[in-house]
Design a binder for this molecule. Structure first.
Ligand code: TRP
Length: 465
């Protein structure tokens, strides 16, 4: 049987329900994309990596690598209509390659588990900060006061552990009940609300008189200072923030109606996600310069700058509470997407109920999360490779596993799947299709491998450069 014949074999029996509309799919993927990655991680790693040039590389990665990877994931997911592991082995066989492509799905299941193990801890910080905001703890505080609140809190493993536990419990409950229910409504409200609050914060930060400095830090590139390690981090962030490289978007794609435009849906998600990140970068760095803080201070950056701003703003207690509640929702809709590949896999592979699968997977993630809880207190001095346990889990997942997943996903969609299958999913041959195919076959996989090799110093610089 040729590849083409194999691909046309009996129509797929759908194992899943469907999204009610294209909008529902875009909302769900946007909900997974917009999260702590935009509001917490983007500003702090941008600060650690020197600003402007890092942001430019990040934006290139989002559009030239992230976008084609996302489209590939959605099209693979829709064609397979199963959990990522089953989809990859099914399509691998059907496209005349091998069922072993299912291993790629497993890589994603593991990445999701590891990411959520630390994501849940930071979401726990957010929970605690909602409480502290509502209690008025930040009102009128100086930069030193608010930094001390952060250090004291993260230094207390019990408090952080309890917050992490509460967040994981919330997650297990939602995931156990099925991915579709309630998610659409939550995202429909949460993303625009977060956007509006960001605008309010932006207005406030512009008033501080330091907006030009913040914007310059974020947008003026100085490539001389950029290292290959920072390029790797920027690329990792593109994968992380778009939720790609681990089959999560593939899992959502499985529910996508056949007639929906994959290009259009992916573009909407990418634009919404990038807008939120850039806005939060502008706000955070303006506040950093307005208060004489250090942009490279690390994971506490937003947890210091924003409470500081809220603490000085009229109605700050109210706005701070609303903001952190929205951030909890943003983190929550992402966490659901991080857990879904593992849960779907356990359900379909071991014939467990969703409740059982969510409880098993969730408990594992919860336990692993203590590696990150302790990274900020009792185990803060345990450092190896990239630093603390948290830093290593983050580096391994965002900067290695997700981009590596991206290589396999684009190679699969661009080289293993036959032209007919991919053109069929992407609405037929045309300029958009050709551009996607070029990016997926050549640019994305080659660029990712090149950055990997550069970052570990395996490719020498050309003479004189
Ligand atoms: N994109 C999410 C954020 O920025 C984090 C994330 C990474 C994610 N991979 C994912 C969320 C997969 C859902 C599914 O916060």
């Amino acid at each position: 049987m040729t590849k083409e014949e194999a691909a046309k074999k009996a129509p797929r029996i759908s194992l899943h329900g469907h999204w009610s509309s294209r909008m529902a799919f875009v909302l769900a993927v946007t909900g997974s994309a917009v999260g702590l990655g935009n509001v917490w991680k983007f500003p702090y790693i941008t600060g650690e990596n020197g600003g402007g040039a890092f942001v430019v590389v990040y934006l290139f990665c989002v559009f030239l690598i992230g976008m084609p990877v996302m489209m590939s994931e959605v099209l693979i997911g829709r064609r397979g209509r199963r959990n990522p592991v089953a989809t990859m082995s099914l399509l691998g066989e059907e496209e005349g390659s091998s069922r072993r492509w299912g291993l790629l799905g497993s890589l994603g299941v593991i990445a999701g588990i590891l990411i959520l193990s630390y994501y849940s801890v930071i979401a726990g910080w957010t929970l605690a900060y909602t409480y502290k905001s509502a209690a008025g703890n930040f009102a009128g505080g100086s930069a030193a006061d608010i930094t001390a609140i952060f250090d004291t809190f993260t230094g207390n493993w019990l408090e952080v552990g309890v917050a992490h536990t509460v967040f994981m419990a919330l997650n297990i409950v939602v995931v156990a009940r099925g991915v579709e229910r309630g998610l659409e409504q939550a995202v429909r409200f949460m993303v625009p609300a977060l956007f509006v609050l960001m605008l309010i914060l932006l207005g406030y930060s512009i008033n501080s008189g330091h907006f030009a400095e913040g914007a310059a830090f974020l947008l003026t590139p100085n490539f001389a200072a950029l290292t290959w390690d920072s390029v790797l981090v920027a690329m990792g962030q593109a994968f992380f923030t778009l939720s790609i490289g681990m089959g999560a978007v593939m899992a959502y794609g499985a529910y996508l109606p056949a007639e929906t435009s994959i290009t259009g849906a992916s573009a909407s998600v990418v634009i919404a996600d990038t807008t939120i990140s850039m806005l939060s970068g502008l706000v955070v760095f303006t506040l950093v310069f307005a208060n004489g803080l250090n942009p490279g201070q690390g994971p506490g950056l937003v947890f210091v700058t924003l409470p500081l701003a809220f603490g000085q703003m009229a109605g700050g207690t109210f706005f701070a509470t609303v903001f952190f509640v929205l951030l909890i929702f943003a983190a929550w809709t992402s966490a659901i997407g991080l857990m879904e590949p593992a849960v779907a896999w356990v359900v379909e592979r071991f014939h467990k109920t969703r409740v059982q699968a969510a409880t098993m997977v969730g408990s594992l993630i919860w336990a692993l999360g203590f590696g990150t809880v302790f990274s900020f207190n009792v185990l803060a001095d345990v450092r190896f490779l990239k630093g603390t346990i948290f830093e290593n889990v983050d580096h391994l997942t965002s900067n290695i596993m997700l981009p590596l997943g991206g290589v396999f996903i684009t190679v699969f969609a661009g080289w293993v799947m036959c032209r007919n299958s991919t053109a069929d999913e992407l609405g037929g041959a045309g300029p958009t299709y050709s551009l996607w195919r070029f990016l997926a076959r050549y640019l994305a996989p080659i660029a990712i491998i090149f950055v990997f090799l550069k970052a570990v110093g395996l490719l020498p610089d050309l003479a004189g450069s």
